[in-house]
Design a protein around this ligand. Structure first.
Ligand SMILES: [Zn+2]
Length: 180
């Protein structure tokens, strides 16, 4: 593998990996390294809160929590620019498309991780942030439309009331007129 084309940097979720130069599509850029755990050790690690476990198959899980494993800094995205693949029971990360310098490198951790660890509504990937921003804007627009409707209705109500008042006044004058 040539010298790695990315660096560790600050991301929205803590640390992440960012391209330092253009990277071509389908480039193998990292290996998910770590101790290989059997089923029992993997379950124990999971229970202890280790979030850097990569299940290779039903028997082998890689514990990638150690600092030497730079691949643990790939963040999750629902619209990723990388993915992982397994070859000879080793896990590699490759690019899914051409990547520009300074782009964060991400892969999809999978539905289970998103649901159980991140939480569907807590995902900070660019797609989810865009989706939430859009939903918030729509909710704001809806509230604004409702406020306008209420204001209009209130204004109509006022004009109606003032009309009835005028009528009442007229009636009064009529009554007074008949009295006189
Ligand atoms: Zn997301």
């Amino acid at each position: 593998m040539p010298p790695r084309p990315y660096r560790l940097g600050r991301s929205l979720t803590g640390l992440g990996l960012f391209a330092t130069r253009p990277i071509k599509k389908k480039m193998r850029i990292a290996e998910y390294r770590g101790r290989r755990l059997g089923i029992d050790a993997a379950l124990k690690a999971e229970k202890s809160g280790n979030r850097y476990l990569y299940e290779v198959n039903s028997k082998i899980t890689i514990d990638g929590a150690k600092h030497g494993n730079l691949a643990r800094y790939f963040n999750h995205s629902c619209n990723p620019n990388c993915d992982t693949f397994i070859r000879n029971k080793r896990v590699f990360i490759r690019t899914l498309r051409n990547i520009k310098p300074e782009e964060e490198l991400t892969y999809d951790y999978g539905r289970d991780y998103l649901k159980n660890v991140i939480g569907l509504e807590n995902c900070l990937c660019s797609r989810c942030r865009k989706r939430r921003k859009k939903m918030a804007a729509e909710a704001r627009a809806k509230r604004a439309r409702k406020a306008k409707r209420l204001a209009n209705a209130a204004a109509k109500g006022k004009t109606k009331k003032s009309k009835t008042k005028k009528k009442a006044v007229k009636k009064d004058t009529k009554k007074r007129g008949t009295k006189r």
